[in-house]
Design a protein around this ligand. Structure first.
Ligand code: 5RP
Length: 229
């Protein structure tokens, strides 16, 4: 089974949790896009759901495939969010933001009664941190914010390069008009403490540590899909 087939398998298993009439948060990334494709087939067959997309990219795909959408302001309470992840540990803590949508993803997940993570086996880790931690920052004072992140990280025993994410000739810009710093901390022994500490830095808009947000994770491997709870 190749990587795409595993993503489709996880997405298909998540689709089984979707019921008629649900208000759905719809994630961002290649795995979430497989979910959108399967969801669109069900919608074409008569399933009635309304989605709130976590990025402009996801919104475009949903509109193209006929998945009905509303904004989070129109639909501020959601039944279920289905989204991918860059890493997931045994306590369902996540690193997200590889696709640059972490802020909207976190806002949408927080507005949902449940969040189902869909991923392939390569995303499961014992300790978070092999994937660079995305940190969304306000462009104003970005260098000062980076220095503040380095200082608080050092107090938690973390070090490593913190690089501005680039796109083409310039800095990558999120849907919210912010920049992303990708932090190569390596193993993060206390992700809970790091999450709280990062949130206290004024220039940090949001970070990619999702703690206590996922209800279950559906993990697809060559032998099929399993559920982490
Ligand atoms: C986007 C995300 C994605 O969910 C994450 O990067 C996983 O993407 P993919 O399914 O393409 O591996 O957090 O901000």
């Amino acid at each position: 089974m190749d990587a795409r087939e595993m993503k489709i398998k996880a997405a298909a298993a998540a689709l089984e949790h979707v019921e008629n009439g649900m208000r759905l948060g719809i994630g961002t990334g290649s795995t979430a896009e497989e979910f959108v494709r399967l969801l669109a087939e069900r919608v074409a067959d008569g399933l009635s759901v309304v989605g709130v997309p976590t990025s402009e990219r996801t919104a475009r795909l949903c509109l193209e495939l006929g998945v009905p959408l509303k904004s989070l302001d129109e639909l501020p309470e959601l039944d279920l969010t289905i989204d991918g992840a860059d890493e997931v540990d045994g306590r369902l803590r996540l690193i997200k933001g590889g696709g640059g949508a972490l802020l909207r993803e976190k806002i949408v997940a927080a507005a949902s009664s449940r969040m189902i993570v869909i991923a392939d086996e390569t995303k499961v880790v014992e300790t978070l941190g092999a994937f660079k931690l995305p940190i969304e920052v306000n462009p104003f004072g970005m260098v000062a914010t980076r220095i503040a992140i380095e200082r608080v990280a050092a107090r938690l025993g973390l070090s490593g390069a913190i690089e501005v994410r680039r796109s083409g000739d310039g800095n990558y810009m999120t849907d919210g008009g912010h920049y992303i710093l990708d932090a190569s901390f390596g193993r993060i022994p206390d992700a809970d403490a790091l999450a709280i500490t990062l949130n206290a830095i004024p220039g940090v808009v949001e970070h990619g540590l999702f703690i206590n947000m996922a209800s279950i994770a559906i993990i697809a491997g060559p032998a099929g899909a399993r559920t982490l709870t």
